[in-house]
Every structure is written in C-alpha cells, then in structure tokens.
Design a binder for this molecule. Structure first.
Ligand code: CP
Ligand code: NVA
Length: 303
C-alpha cells in the first residue's frame, strides 16, 4: 500500500476530502448513538508537539482511543529530538514502532524532512505555514449546518498566516470563493495565493471583504512563535476586528468561525464569538470527528 500523508489539504483530492467529511459526520453519529466503531484496534499514533495545544492534542488522543487504538504524547523536552537527534533518524525510529505520526512544529520544512524518512503516514498538526486538520473540522461544520460549500463566499479577516493559507487551499479543493482582508504588511504567501488566484479577492478593507459573505473567519493576530510581535501587531491589526458592525455587512444567515484559542476584544468581540452566528464550539468539537475519519483513511487505507 502506498503511504499517504496529510501535510496539506492538497494531499487529498477534492472527492477524497468530501468523502472524508461524510465519513466524519457518520462517525460522529455513531459516537452519539453509543455505537462502538473500533477499526484501529491495536494501532498506535505518536504525537510530537513542539508547540502548545489543547484541541489538537485532546482530539487526537480521544479519537485514537475511541477508534480502538492508542495515542502517545511526545514532548521534545522528553525525547532525544529535543536534544538534537536528527529529524530523519527520529523519523526512522519512531515510524518503525507506530502506525501513524502527528507533528506540530514551527517550520514546514521540518515536517517535510521528517516525512521523507517516515515509513508511516504523517499528519500535519500545524506548522507556521499550514493547519489542514483545522480545515477538515471547519468544512465538516459548514457541511453539517449548510450543506456543500461549493459556490459559497467565505471571508478571511486578519493575518495571512497558517490558517489563511489553509483556507486558500480549501477554496481550491472545495470550490468556494475566498475574500481575504489583511493589513498590507501581513499578506499570505505569494505562491500559495497565486496557486488559487482565480478564487481569491484580496483587499485591505474589512468592510469590503465581509460584504455579502456566507462565512466570516478570523484568527489571533500573533500566532505561536510571534509573541514578541504582539504589541506591534495590536496596532497594525486594529482595523481588522470582527465585530457586530462587520457581521451586519455579511449575509443575514452568515456563520462565524475561529479555530481558537481566541482573544476577545482583539481579533473578535465577545458579542460576535459568543453570539448567535458563531459556531466555534461545534467547530472545535468537530476536530475530534474529522480527525477520526482522517486517521481511519490514512491508517487503514479506506476512505
Ligand atoms: N485550533 C487549534 O489547533 O487549537 P490548539 O492549538 O489548542 O490545538
Ligand atoms: N495561527 C494560530 C493558530 C492556532 C491554532 C497559531 O499558529 O498559533
């Protein structure tokens, strides 16, 4: 069997992503109905976290248990990787003992280097460049609430960061239009942007972007690893807060999403994130269901 990895949404076809989301909705129903579903009996997932996490860690760990397998949390503080053991040596060794590996790290090149020496599927649990697992949950949430996202207008507000890049990839794979409103000095990666230019409208005006949107999405202004830029960013992003005034410009039934953790009063007001258009709790919970479908797809090879 060829090893499939999930470093980016582009690693699966649009059809595979849609069927994965359908399966995620099914496994969620099974769990809710108390039906046991353990296709990963005896399988092991190693999870390497070089950055903090709540949702990613809890969802992968619970997900593996619910599927009949086991997840192993590896902190760089405790394993030899943190003391300088080469990435490729670590990948060879760890992948000889487990069935899949999830990694959350800084540079995307670290993830790619690790993947090149792995004998088992690698899952991107977030890098500075991409956060594809979050997009599976976001898309599942949309599909549950509104049906297929094809043809919808989604607006990304804020930093041209890992989440923004994954939304650009999602626009391509799921066939929706993406407006991006970000400050001039915080643009997304130009190559990623260029790869989906026919689906993107770039602006530096929040109002212009949000108008007539079906879904408004934002994220923190300073991501993990950018803590020292927090003060500068607070000033540079002040015009990019998703508040009630902005949401009024979107369609009446527009949804609001945020990958969390959120900073109320910065990128989003409490009124919006805790308001009736926000679906952030369903979105967060869907990390569990979407990744269970992903684990099954990658480990058993079945979609
Ligand atoms: N959204 C997300 O990935 O959250 P964590 O950083 O808590 O994993
Ligand atoms: N852009 C954020 C997402 C956190 C889930 C970060 O990288 O910190």
């Amino acid at each position: 069997m060829t090893i499939r990895h999930f470093l980016s949404l582009l690693d699966l076809s649009g059809d595979e992503l849609r069927s994965l989301i359908k399966h995620a909705i099914d496994v969620k129903k099974k769990l809710r109905s108390g039906i046991t579903h353990t296709p990963l009996n005896g399988k092991v997932l190693a999870m390497i976290f070089e950055k903090s996490s709540t949702r990613t860690r809890v969802s992968f760990e619970s997900g593996m248990s619910q599927l009949g397998g086991h997840a192993m949390f590896l902190s760089p503080r405790d394993i030899q990787l943190g003391r300088g053991e080469p990435l490729d040596d670590s990948a060879r060794v760890i992948s000889s003992m487990v069935d899949a590996i999830m990694i959350r790290t800084f540079g995307h090149d670290r993830l790619e280097e690790f993947t090149a020496s792995s004998a088992v599927p690698i899952i991107n649990g977030l890098t500075d460049k991409l956060h594809p697992c979050q997009l599976l949950a976001d898309m599942q949430t949309w599909f549950e609430l509104r049906g297929d996202i094809k043809g919808a207008t989604v607006t990304w507000v804020g930093d041209g960061n890992n989440m923004c890049h994954s939304y650009i990839n999602a626009a391509k794979q799921f066939d929706f239009h993406l407006n991006i409103a970000c400050p001039v000095n915080y643009l997304p990666d130009q190559d990623i942007l260029a790869s989906a230019s026919d689906r993107i409208t770039m602006t530096h005006q929040l109002e212009e972007a949000v108008e007539n949107s079906d879904l408004v999405v934002t994220d923190v202004w300073a991501s993990m690893g950018q803590e020292q830029e927090q003060q500068t960013r607070l000033a540079e992003f002040s015009e990019f807060q998703v508040n009630q005034q902005a949401m009024r410009l979107a369609h009446k039934d527009a949804l609001f999403m945020h990958c969390l953790p959120a900073h109320r009063g910065e990128e989003v007001t409490a009124e919006v994130i805790d308001g009736h258009q926000s679906v952030v709790w369903q979105e967060a919970e869907n990390r569990l269901h979407a990744q269970k479908a992903l684990l099954e797809f990658l480990i058993t090879g079945l979609d």
